[in-house]
Design a protein around this ligand. Structure first.
Ligand code: COA
Length: 259
């Protein structure tokens, strides 16, 4: 698929996905959302990709939300469909068996905040701002934000953020558990690379299954403990389990092959 609104670059096994409409603060129009879907598929399918970073072009915004000029034209029927489509894409991202980090470099509002929350980890630059201002437009977060915000920061703070539509800065986002780290703008991508490289050296099957088990804790229809026990059993049948345990016993560093 030709990417018009997203730039991708693969460096050291990491796919850097940059939403690239800086003149519109990288607002997520439907075309960009489709392109993002193609990028998520690439993360799943491409064996040379071990993890990914999602970020925004320019120094002002990660993503300032869904594109309001498109949202304004929705009706009840295609509005529901558009929320479902966004939810599906973000769910696919959340369930990616390879680590995906949001490098939040400015405004992460509405669909942008939701996109960051669908990533496994968020690292923010000092100028980042988070918020769910949909209430000011007479709507609400439709790409999974009401759920993921509640999971990440708890019910009280989630209620306050979504009902007031207020923005919070990076330090407050860190304080309430919305982001893992706050770093300078220069340190943003290096910090994401540092985490991704650490995880890229780990056994890939364990990585994917840990992501799956953590996500299962938020799936009401699933017994997360059973998911964990099954995943544990899966790991035991891998070559990497044999390598990890033998390396420990032989007092050497393990070399994992993702099998
Ligand atoms: N959808 C469509 N266009 C958007 C947008 C969005 N979510 N966010 C910003 N833009 C556009 C602006 O319309 C403007 O375009 P223009 O130059 O053609 O007029 C451009 O991006 C720059 O934005 P601007 O508002 O001039 O920048 P600012 O620094 O004054 O304000 C924000 C920045 C983020 C506070 C402001 O753009 C804003 O509130 N955006 C909407 C946030 C939102 O409600 N998101 C949820 C959407 S569901």
């Amino acid at each position: 698929m030709e990417l018009k609104n997203i730039k991708i670059e693969q460096k050291e096994g990491i796919l850097v996905v940059t939403l690239n409409r800086p003149e519109k603060l990288n607002a997520l129009n439907f075309e960009t959302l489709n392109e993002l879907h193609a990028c998520v598929k690439k993360i799943y399918d491409e064996p040379t990709i071990h993890g990914a970073i999602i970020t925004g072009a320019g120094d002002k915004a990660f993503v300032a939300g869904a594109d309001i000029s498109e949202i304004a034209k929705l009706n009840e029927i295609n509005g529901r469909k558009s929320a479902e489509t966004g939810q599906e894409i973000f769910q696919m991202l959340e369930n990616s068996p390879k680590l995906v980090i949001a490098a939040v470099n400015g405004y992460a509002l509405g669909g942008g905040c939701e996109l960051s929350m669908a990533c496994h980890i968020r690292v923010a630059s000092e100028n980042a701002k988070f918020g769910q201002p949909e209430i000011n437009l007479g709507i609400l977060p439709g790409y999974g934000g009401t759920q993921r915000m509640t999971w990440l920061v708890g019910k009280g703070k989630a209620m306050e953020l979504m009902l007031t539509g207020d923005m919070i800065d990076a330090r407050e986002a860190e304080r309430i558990g919305l982001v893992n780290y706050v770093v300078s703008a220069e340190e943003l991508l290096p910090k994401c690379f540092e985490i991704l490289k650490k995880v890229a050296d780990k056994p890939a099957i364990s990585v994917g299954l840990i992501i799956d088990c953590v996500n299962s804790a938020y799936n009401k229809g699933e017994n997360g403990f059973q998911t964990e026990a099954n995943a544990f059993a899966n790991c035991i049948s891998t070559d990497d389990f044999h390598e990890g345990t033998q390396a420990f016993l032989e007092k050497r560093k393990p070399i994992f092959h993702g099998k």
